[in-house]
Design a protein around this ligand. Structure first.
Ligand code: ADP
Ligand code: ADP
Length: 222
């Protein structure tokens, strides 16, 4: 079953003088349970594509079906609902809130949904244990290493039990040892049934994926 279906997708950024075609007529499908890597040189549109897949940005043209929903037709609040229920997003720069404890960062998506306190605390501990960070729940992000911060970000992404995990250069700010830990966690999540899409310019990481989508100048070249 296709979890993601993209057809003739386009997105450009217009400034006063130029229009940059970040995504220029792209079509592909991703099946449930697949691990996909989007690769290609800097500036070729990878982050933009992932942001459109993650409903963080709008496409200009084309079709996008996610979990059998016609995304293009949704209202803003319906998009937010799909994002909250189906998608976990992981950023290169972790995007944790420095003023909140690791536990509170991880619990945030559940708090925003109105989940009861004891339940979100229990689930946040479980998510932290899954990424090997149970001992760091009370620490604040600035007290964690880069690798630990990214593991906390992964815990935050999985706490809502999303169908799909999108990760933009998840190892881009990590040394090789921490990269390996993060990759192993993503592979494990994939084994447990999660559909995963990562953006990476690390070919060794891309080679671990079942499927590679290679971009160049806003288009797919494979
Ligand atoms: P990649 O992730 O492959 O490095 P991006 O998706 O970040 O590529 O960018 C694709 C192209 O779109 C680049 O030329 C970039 O400068 C441009 N771009 C991306 N985001 C914006 C934006 N918000 N405003 C203007 N141009 C953008
Ligand atoms: P990445 O490291 O993923 O390729 P960047 O660090 O280049 O992405 O971009 C980070 C953010 O800045 C993204 O949200 C992207 O959309 C935006 N961006 C990228 N290029 C431009 C640009 N030329 N003008 C404005 N915003 C941009």
């Amino acid at each position: 079953m296709n979890l993601i279906s993209i057809k003739n997708l386009k997105k450009s950024f217009k400034t006063q003088f130029i229009e940059t075609f970040a995504i220029n007529d792209i079509s592909f499908n991703i099946k449930q349970g697949e691990f996909t890597a989007i690769t290609g040189p800097s500036g070729c549109g990878k982050s933009t594509l992932l942001s459109v897949l993650g409903l963080l940005e709008y496409a200009d043209e084309g079709e996008y079906h996610l979990c059998s929903k016609d995304i293009i037709q949704l209202t803003a609040s319906q998009r937010a609902e799909v994002r909250n229920h189906h998608i976990g997003f992981i950023f290169q720069s972790f995007n944790l809130i420095a003023e909140l404890s690791t536990l509170d960062n991880v619990a945030l998506p559940l708090k925003l949904r109105g989940v009861a306190k004891q339940e979100y605390i229990d689930l946040a501990y479980q998510a932290l244990q899954k990424v090997g960070l149970g001992e760091r729940a009370k620490h604040f992000p600035p007290q964690l290493s880069g690798g630990q911060q990214q593991r906390a970000a992964i815990a935050r992404a999985i706490i809502t039990n999303p169908d799909i995990i999108l990760a933009d250069e998840p190892t881009g700010n990590l040394d090789s040892e921490n990269s390996k830990i993060v990759i192993d966690i993503l592979l494990q999540l994939n084994k447990s049934g999660k559909t995963i899409v990562i953006v990476t310019h690390d070919q060794a990481l891309a080679n671990l994926a079942q499927k590679q989508l290679t971009m160049c100048d806003g288009q797919l070249i494979n």
